[in-house]
Design a protein around this ligand. Structure first.
Ligand SMILES: [Zn+2]
Ligand SMILES: [Zn+2]
Ligand SMILES: [Zn+2]
Length: 126
């Protein structure tokens, strides 16, 4: 089956996130794309993947959304239950393999869950 241009773009986004060591902002993904794509398209692709549970994002201190692939996410009620860390020095946002016990909220509809810790990362501290 011949791939449509849109599928190709989606594949590139997945490839970029797969190879990324840290979470990536939309701007960073856009820069890493091997073909010319506009920002709205990348946003839409990420939005769709987030709905499907393929990627998750966390909002950084700078207000930007940082995306990562869901590899080992324990996704329950839209919760990607691990911690993220943003370094104040290099600005990188990293997924950390520490799970958080998330309470079940009765009578609330949870749509997103984000956990962000802010400080200085291991690369910048030494
Ligand atoms: Zn996730
Ligand atoms: Zn750092
Ligand atoms: Zn994460």
């Amino acid at each position: 089956m011949k791939k449509t241009r849109n599928t190709q773009k989606q594949d590139y986004v997945i490839d970029i996130l797969t190879n990324a060591k840290h979470t990536m902002s939309v701007e960073a993904i856009l820069k890493a794309m091997p073909i010319k794509v506009n920002k709205t398209t990348v946003y839409r692709i990420l939005e769709r993947f987030a709905e499907k549970g393929k990627v998750h994002f966390v909002t950084g201190e700078d207000g930007k959304a940082y995306y990562a692939l869901c590899n080992d996410c324990n996704v329950k009620h839209e919760m990607h239950n691990h911690i993220h860390f943003q370094c104040k020095s290099c600005k990188k946002v990293t997924c950390l393999p520490y799970e958080i016990e998330v309470p079940e909220l009765k009578d609330f509809e949870v749509q997103e869950t984000q956990f962000l810790m802010i400080g200085i990362c291991d690369m910048c501290i030494s």
